[in-house]
Design a protein around this ligand. Structure first.
Ligand code: MN
Length: 227
């Protein structure tokens, strides 16, 4: 089929021992750990989960470089468990939600915090604070068949070897199955969707040359350098 302009490449994330995972959409959950909600000045009571998106082509592979983005003085790291969807659906019940999961990875929800904070204050969209180029590093996906469904385990991030973030999957306000169920009531999920599930406390700024190393116990690791 011919197109009017060159067809964009299909973004993809590596899969351990298998073919790459084609990325369709990247959904992110906001404020899904109580301690992080508090550090962002929000009430961590169990308000319904809320979502934002990043462009599919914002993914950066493990070992890659995140160019320091324009228009910010305050680029932040957020380490997160990432859910890769194998089977789509809408109005998915919590009880069967995990059957839709292909696997899990460790991701970094890179954030232009100054732009996000200004948008929040003015009631404007978060897109330019969250959905910029190279804003979604995502490590190698490991399949459910290999690692199961991790429900507890340390979530960590270090910058230049210095610990910055530390939380535990068991502290997620909305579990993976609840998140899938809720999100699928808002939009129809499809194979190729990624869900960044939120970050624990300890977010902070990075600068060019920094090396970020994230990990989720039982899932894997990701390392990127800020360009
Ligand atoms: Mn996040």
């Amino acid at each position: 089929m011919a197109y009017a302009v060159p067809q964009p490449p299909q973004p993809a994330v590596a899969v351990a021992g298998g073919d790459p995972f084609p990325v369709r959409r990247i959904y992110c959950v906001g404020r899904n750990y109580a301690a992080h909600a508090r550090e962002m000045g929000a009430d961590p009571d169990r308000e319904p989960p809320f979502f934002f998106l990043k462009p599919a082509d914002a993914v950066v592979a493990d070992g890659g470089t995140v160019p320091y983005p324009p228009a910010t003085q305050n680029l932040h790291h957020e380490v997160e468990l990432v859910v890769a969807i194998a089977r789509g659906g809408k109005d998915i019940p919590v009880e069967t939600a995990l059957e839709h999961v292909f696997g899990y990875a460790v991701g970094l929800d890179m954030t232009r915090r100054d732009l996000q904070n200004a948008a929040k204050k003015e009631g404007k969209p978060w897109d330019m604070g969250k959905g910029f180029d190279h804003s979604a590093p995502c490590g190698t996906i490991r399949r459910v068949a290999e690692i199961g469904h991790p429900a507890k385990g340390a979530v960590r991030l270090s910058v230049n070897g210095e610990p910055r973030q530390h939380g535990d999957l068991s502290d997620l306000i909305w579990s993976v199955s609840e998140t899938i169920s809720y999100l699928s009531g808002l939009v129809e999920l499809a194979p190729g969707d990624l869900i960044f599930t939120g970050t624990p406390e300890g977010v902070g700024p990075v600068k060019p040359g920094d090396r970020l190393e994230g990990s989720v116990e039982g899932v894997g690791t990701i390392a990127v350098t800020i360009g």
